[in-house]
Design a protein. Structure first.
Length: 395
């Protein structure tokens, strides 16, 4: 079961500030058991408004965001709300928000006879807010969430509108965006795909390691139990390759394959009167089993080295992102399962356009790749097998 959205918002705050679940429940106005049930069973019933308001206040998120999460969890909003809304609908909401902001006021203070200050209760004294500053802050927050000024203007960068908005943003946050990222409101989520990182950073030698190891294991298997190839319908190049690989070449066409009935009869005979292997046959089977174990160890070694590289890169990325002092939660994870050619392009130095991607690219560029490991993948796998055998023998 996926974590409820309301719990996700609460957990982001709890993880960022190190607050215990009991203390957080107390501040929100619910019991610790309530939070536990939300986490395990989901948010089945819409919490009381006072609790939602307290949650928003405690975790520092807008009440509407907390309410939307609770409505989604309880089924009042469905998954379709995750899909992009129509342009006109989003524009209408933006106009409504900016109009609402234009009606906000700042209440001036007045000095009482005691010398203390209090808000002036006269509604005629209210002053309009700095609406232009509000709009500029909103633009900066949206640009920071989108990944930078260039990213948010990418839809039509050559337009006069883009020029005007870009100039306003750069005037507000600096041409190098040095003051942009404090405006971000969305969490930063970075998913590293180690194989894609290696490919995008031209670490191609490591990609060949697994193929080279498999080719050597197949060569050793052929040496233990040479294969057979028949000359019928084979071109000279294929026959020469077979000879080079130690495969037996037999003139003529291959014999006919056994029928299903013959295979079934042979299997039945083996069950009724199993023929023990000769010492030579047993040695051959043991050698092939050892090579299969080596093949499995190579694959495990390959994944372990990939995981280690990914975790070292992730640690470096976290350090680089921490230097940006972003005001939002930052999550850096490693994905080992998505094929490299299906993963998104990695940020690389010289091609990044914002501070977050720059930080990721800089961290990856300084992380040593598996190419720096001693020996070959096959040699490292064999060494690992020997260590395991030594450990087992010492038990």
């Amino acid at each position: 079961m996926a974590t409820p959205r309301l719990v996700e918002l609460i957990d982001r705050y709890r993880n960022a500030h190190g607050v215990s679940e009991s203390e957080l429940a107390r501040r929100i106005g619910v019991t610790r058991e309530n939070l536990r049930k939300w986490r395990i069973n989901g948010v089945r019933r819409l919490p009381d408004r006072v609790n939602l308001a307290a949650t928003a206040r405690v975790i520092g998120r807008p009440y509407r965001e907390v309410l939307s999460a609770a409505l989604y969890d309880t089924g009042y909003l469905d998954a379709d709300t995750d899909a992009p809304r129509p342009y006109d609908e989003v524009l209408r909401d933006a106009i409504n928000v900016l109009t609402e902001a234009s009606r906000l006021t700042n209440q001036p203070m007045r000095q009482m006879s005691s010398g203390q200050w209090e808000p002036d209760p006269d509604p005629r004294a209210a002053l309009a807010i700095d609406w232009a500053a509000f709009v500029t802050d909103a633009l900066a927050g949206a640009a920071a969430n989108a990944g930078g000024i260039d990213a948010i203007l990418a839809g039509r960068p050559g337009s006069w509108e883009a020029a005007v908005v870009g100039d306003a943003l750069r005037a507000a946050v600096g041409h190098d965006e040095w003051d942009l990222w404090r405006h971000r409101t969305e969490p930063v989520t970075v998913v590293l795909h180690p194989e894609r990182l290696l490919f995008d950073n031209d670490a191609s030698d490591w990609f060949n390691e697994l193929d080279n190891a498999e080719a050597e294991i197949q060569r050793r298997e052929t040496a233990v139990r040479p294969g057979v190839i028949y000359t019928y319908d084979k071109d000279p190049q294929t026959l020469q390759w077979a000879i080079d690989e130690g495969i037996e070449v037999i003139p003529g066409p291959p014999p006919p394959l056994p029928t299903d009935e013959e295979i079934t009869a042979w299997q039945a005979a083996q069950r009724e009167n199993p023929i023990p292997l000769t010492p030579e046959e047993q040695a051959e089977e043991d050698a092939l089993a050892a090579l299969e174990a080596l093949r499995e160890r190579v694959e495990a070694q390959h994944r372990a080295e990939l995981a280690d590289y990914g975790e070292r890169a992730a640690a470096a990325v976290r350090t680089e992102l921490a230097a940006l002092k972003l005001p939002v939660p930052v999550s850096v994870t490693v994905d080992l399962d998505t094929p490299w050619d299906q993963a998104p392009d990695s940020p690389t130095l010289g091609w990044t356009t914002n501070a977050i991607d720059n930080a990721v690219a800089a961290a990856v560029s300084t992380t040593p790749t598996p190419d720096n490991l001693p020996g070959t993948l096959l040699e490292r796998a064999e060494a690992a097998l020997r260590r395991e055998e030594t450990d087992h023998s010492g038990e």
